[in-house]
Write a protein that binds this ligand. Structure first.
Ligand SMILES: *Cc1c(COP(=O)(O)O)cnc(C)c1O
Length: 362
């Protein structure tokens, strides 16, 4: 077995112990005589899996009792429509903050359904920072405020939770969920595609405050209605059974490390190895503002597009995979989610030093 360090932004690395456990149970789960992939989602053995996955996530994230956890399909992108369809039920107004491509897509999708205002955008500086907002920036009668908490493509993260007063705050946490503790009670809805930090692609986790459910538009597709999904324990139809099972293993793994406080320490340590090096050299530039830096997605450039290309190619040959930046940004991006071991980051930094020494700039 020759596993590489995979810096992909998603789908991304899963913890090796999780893959090993899944492999050991792949063909026959417990004494069920079948694979989890082959089970009826209504069987007692599968119901135990999904129930356990839910309760593990609840304890891991310390999710209050008045929030429902939904295991859905359609990716985070489906939530770009589900959020307005469920929540635009009062004034029909919502306020959006655009800090990257995913929040921009969410903003555009919502425009189909109501009076959607752009509160602030960081596009003026290529999304390298997070706007500073106060309660006064939001319309007091907005049905909700939407943000993207960690910007996967640009490598920024909100280092504060904006104060929206009584207005429900909705956050796309696809690329930072379960990377550190977050005060769930500050949010109305949290959603995340699982393929960055939780599971294989196919699962979308939605955490929704109960009082926000049951007021969806009448013409909402039933598959997008939080109330329907909650009433049916995410089993209105067939849920993404196998990704939910792997998510359960991932939650067990994070808990075995000591939970989110410990996970945060490990993630801080990994990110610091990379950022400390970036700050110590002139060879590479980290374009994001220091206070907005993401722990999960670290972006950097050499300042020379040809060198960047060479870097990505040689890194790949050295077993450091998928380090090329998003096609719209260029440069490099190292996604160092929970599952990336510290050795992967150390190996990357050593490679960066060697590359800089071997390719002096003119
Ligand atoms: C990857 C990503 C998405 C898109 O997720 P899909 O599951 O592919 O729809 C949305 N938001 C963020 C922050 C992401 O990182």
């Amino acid at each position: 077995m020759n596993r590489v360090y995979n810096f992909s932004a998603g789908p991304s690395m899963l913890p090796l112990p999780v893959l090993e456990k899944a492999a050991s149970e792949m063909i026959c789960y417990g004494d069920s005589g079948m694979s989890v992939m082959e089970m009826s989602h209504r069987s007692p053995v599968y119901e135990a899996i999904i129930t356990e996955a839910q309760s593990l996530l609840r304890s891991l994230m310390n999710i209050p009792d008045n929030y429902k956890i939904l295991f859905l399909q359609g990716g985070a992108s489906t939530q770009f429509a589900a959020v307005p369809l469920n929540l635009l039920n009062g004034s029909g107004k919502a306020d959006y903050v655009v800090t990257g491509q995913f929040s921009k897509k969410a903003y555009k999708e919502a425009q189909k359904y109501g009076d959607i205002r752009l509160v602030a955008s960081s596009e003026d500086k290529n999304n390298t920072y997070i706007p500073k907002l106060t309660r006064e920036d939001f319309r007091p009668d907005a049905d909700y405020v939407h943000i993207c908490f960690n910007n996967t493509i640009y490598g920024t993260k909100w280092n504060y939770i904006p104060d929206t007063g009584d207005i429900p705050l909705v956050a796309d946490m696809s690329s930072c969920i379960i990377s550190e503790p977050v005060d769930v009670s500050r949010f109305g809805v949290i959603y995340a595609g699982a393929q960055k930090n939780m599971a294989p692609a196919g699962l979308t986790v939605v955490i929704v405050r109960e009082d926000l459910m049951g007021k969806a538009r009448k013409d909402i597709p039933v598959m997008l209605d939080y109330q329907t999904m909650a009433e049916n324990d995410s089993m209105y139809n067939t849920p993404p059974c196998y990704p939910i099972y792997v998510a359960k293993l991932v939650y067990e793994w994070v808990l075995s490390l000591g939970g989110l406080e410990e996970m945060k320490k490990i993630n801080e340590k990994k990110a610091a190895i990379l950022y400390d090096y970036l700050d110590s050299t002139d060879y590479y530039i980290a374009p994001t503002e220091k206070e907005a830096r993401s722990m999960m997605n670290v972006t950097f450039v050499t300042g020379d597009a040809d060198l960047d290309k060479k870097f990505a190619k040689e890194a790949d040959a050295a077993g450091l995979k998928n380090i090329k930046g998003h096609r719209s940004v260029g440069g490099m991006r190292a996604s160092i989610y929970n599952a990336m071991p510290i050795e992967g980051v150390e190996t990357l930094v050593q490679f960066m030093k060697d590359f800089a020494a071997a390719n002096p700039k003119a």
